[in-house]
Design a protein around this ligand. Structure first.
Ligand code: FEO
Ligand code: CA
Ligand code: CA
Ligand code: CA
Length: 732
């Protein structure tokens, strides 16, 4: 869409594992054992997990679910919801967060973004407040929204919509532009309130705050204080500045906010001689594995903003003379890429990066259904082509007394700083294994590709440890979600342009069981190859539930356009009311049981803007095995076994919303009566050319000003609230 390097499309996993054959061999050797355990899974899990969830879900009789008329695909520059629903914009880029911050002019002259909404709202969670302003799990008319501000609409370095003339597209970048761009990243917390039936933010609320890439944050867990985290900013390796490229979210069972740092690597810079300066030591191996080659351009060139330390930190070259990195920012990249825990209710509490959960391109963090006396599992994806799916299992067992939202950060220390980190390996018989990433595993300790020093090194370089154990490379794992009714875990796999029947390079992969499709989809006259429309995988844990080291899996649904070949592409038989591409956000409503699917698409956007669908999914194993045959150029056949869930019906999957032009739909939270839903319309108009900044008629979107919200015509990412006109639950 935009003519530049795509910093959101990283592809650094050229590790040798696993070939299709090695997956097959592992499967053959373990088949009997796993099949033996699978039969007991259903009853064990339901017994352990079902009680609390059923109480919540029972409030909405299943027959009333998805009782709305499907929304048609659309290319209109508007947000469309079903008849009987209303969507209202409440919180857009630049909106003020203090009483004294001026209204957003939206002409590129606004400043003071530390006191305004950031850009590209992504994941989002709800934190209720009672009438007296105390944390509440039942409040339905007042609360806080904690919002990720992932990135910004940019072209050739500059975030052009926030600068008057589009900004400076050459290096060095002016400090005044860099300061604004840095401040629109991070997270915001904003109070929202319903008054006389209408939702709005509370501009003067004392709860409001921002965290930006310059905020002081603590490093917690196994890597805290490790040599890998020593920087000039924190010579003890215990703190860092800021959080960056915040994408998916999570909400802990104890009421804190989790934010995932996703495509952070591209913001940093290493000079063209840095590999030599580092003596080509193992840090170079790690930097390359995380997508930072020496000499590669940084996304915004923030390191050129001036000599001050806040600009210098974006240059990760080895520049100092110290042996430990305490005099430069050579280790700075090791302080990004975590799940960060934040107390949304209390801005005075320092946020913590939970290093035990591993460092990679984090998307969301979804919890297993808490069961008293059992550990908590947290499911997480690494969103880059050919990356992995992870699970963290807490060392501490869940204590229902911790469900209180008070002292959230201390409770986070208890559950998120010690535990086991696993990576998923999928076998082609529908089973799978969680492989522990532990320094005591000889396969990791003696890995030839990288010498791990300790468990901190394993957490910081989790991708490399996952390479070592032979995890399965996936089609870009995005959000995960746990079905509260049965504990099954869903992962969106958004797409992968690097699947090929006959891989031609180390970055290409043959189709395999969990990523079985390779096809060509036409977008107007452009051929899109690999798995352009993505799919949604789901997993059922073994008998040990959250602590299980084996699981079964199938594919809930494959994205496709409805008229695609049903034998080769549209395997889930999606109708015109259901067809979607590039699933990304995935959230189960605890109040209705509906699974909401959101798309961030570029493949089907010749036909429709990105969308949100409501689903009533079945369960792992409700469909069947499918064997695919691909013909190679030499005439031989590649056969792939996969498992496809029962095709959705008109009553179990339905399009609920279509967004504005060029947007992504992301983030979802609700009031605890299920009657107000908040979602984000991210980057409308991102296909606009910077050269057209002075001519609003050439913007590809003018949303939300064309919906009557705010000044100016420049498109703005925004939060909307959706309500049902009859006051009912959303999606019923
Ligand atoms: Fe920020 Fe993977 O989406
Ligand atoms: Ca197409
Ligand atoms: Ca995403
Ligand atoms: Ca996006």
């Amino acid at each position: 869409m935009i003519d530049q390097i795509d910093f959101n499309d990283e592809n650094s996993n050229t590790s040798a594992n696993p070939s299709f054959d090695s997956v097959l061999q592992a499967r053959l050797s373990r088949r009997g054992l796993l099949r033996g355990s699978v039969g007991t899974v259903g009853t064990a899990m339901l017994g352990g997990l079902g009680v609390a969830a059923c109480g919540d879900v029972a409030a909405a009789p299943a027959a009333t679910l998805l009782g709305f008329s499907a929304v048609a695909k659309s290319l209109a520059d508007t947000v469309t919801v079903p008849a009987g629903y209303t969507a209202s914009v409440i919180y857009a880029l630049g909106d003020p967060l203090t009483a004294t911050t001026p209204a957003y002019k939206n002409d590129g002259t606004d400043t003071d973004f530390e006191n305004r909404a950031g850009d590209h709202h992504d994941g989002m969670e709800w934190f209720g407040l009672d009438a007296s302003g105390k944390p509440s799990t039942s409040a339905i008319e007042r609360g806080l929204l904690a919002v990720n501000h992932e990135a910004t609409t940019d072209e050739t370095l500059t975030s052009f919509f926030i600068h008057a003339n589009g900004g400076t597209a050459t290096l060095p970048r002016p400090a005044v532009e860099v300061d604004k761009e840095i401040a629109i990243h991070g997270i915001s917390v904003v109070e929202v309130k319903k008054t006389s039936g209408k939702w709005a933010t509370v501009q003067s609320s004392a709860f409001n705050f921002r965290l930006t890439p310059l905020s002081d944050i603590e490093l917690a867990g196994p890597a805290r204080g490790n040599a890998l985290l020593v920087t000039k900013y924190s010579t003890s390796g215990t703190r860092t500045r800021g959080t960056l490229n915040n994408c998916g979210t999570g909400k802990t069972p104890w009421g804190s906010f989790l934010t995932g740092e996703e495509n952070w690597a591209g913001y940093f810079f290493r000079n063209s001689t840095d590999d030599t300066a580092r003596n080509n030591d193992k840090s170079v191996t790690a930097l390359k594995r995380y997508g930072r080659n020496q000499g590669a351009a940084s996304r915004h060139g923030w390191q050129t903003g001036g000599t001050a330390d806040k600009y210098a930190r974006w240059d990760n070259s080895k520049l100092g003379t110290s042996t430990d990195g305490s005099d430069d920012y050579r280790n700075e990249l090791n302080t990004m890429g975590y799940i960060v825990e934040i107390d949304a209710y209390d801005k005075t509490r320092t946020a913590k990066k939970r290093t035990a959960m591993g460092r990679y391109a984090h998307e969301s963090a979804s919890f297993s259904v808490p069961a008293v006396g059992k550990p908590l599992a947290v499911y997480m994806g690494d969103d880059a082509r050919n990356e992995y799916i992870y699970k963290f299992v807490s060392a501490a067992n869940w204590d229902a007394a911790d469900a209180s939202p008070i002292s959230a950060m201390a409770t986070g220390d208890k559950y998120l700083d010690s535990g086991k980190l696993y990576v998923a390996k999928y076998n082609n018989d529908g089973s799978g294994l969680w492989l522990e990433l532990s320094i005591s595993n000889p396969t990791i300790a003696s890995y030839g590709g990288y010498v791990f020093a300790d468990q901190a090194d394993v957490c910081v370089n989790a991708r490399i440890a996952a390479d070592a154990v032979g995890a399965t490379k996936m089609d870009r794992p995005e959000w995960s979600g746990v079905n509260p009714a049965n504990g099954e875990v869903y992962f969106t796999l958004t797409n992968n342009s690097n699947r090929r029947v006959e891989p031609a390079s180390a970055s290409q992969l043959a189709p395999d069981s969990p990523n079985p499709r390779v096809y060509t989809d036409m977008k107007s006259a452009t051929a899109q190859n690999g798995n352009p429309n993505g799919h949604i995988l789901r997993m059922k844990e073994g008998a040990a539930g959250s602590a299980a080291t084996s699981f079964t899996w199938d594919v809930y649904a494959f994205g496709a356009q409805t008229d695609a070949d049903a034998a080769k592409v549209n395997w889930s038989n999606l109708t015109g009311d259901q067809d979607f591409s590039s699933p990304d956000g995935l959230v189960f409503s605890p109040y209705t049981g509906i699974m909401w699917i959101q798309t961030d698409d570029g493949a089907y956007t010749d036909v429709t803007n990105s969308m949100m669908l409501a689903a009533q999914p079945g369960q792992v194993g409700d469909g069947g095995k499918k064997t695919l045959s691909y013909t190679k150029t030499d005439g031989s056949t590649l056969s792939v076994d996969t498992y496809v869930g029962k095709a959705p019906t008109a009553n179990t999957l339905k399009r609920f919303l279509v967004g504005a032009k060029d947007c992504e739909i992301t983030g979802l939270c609700e009031t605890p009566d299920g009657k107000a839903m908040f979602i984000n319309i991210q980057h409308p108009g991102e296909g606009t050319k910077m050269a057209d900044i002075a001519d609003p008629t050439k913007y590809t979107s003018q949303w939300p000003s064309n919906a009557g919200y705010g000044a100016g015509k420049r498109p703005r990412t925004a939060t909307i609230v959706i309500t049902k006109n009859d006051g009912g639950k959303i999606g019923t």
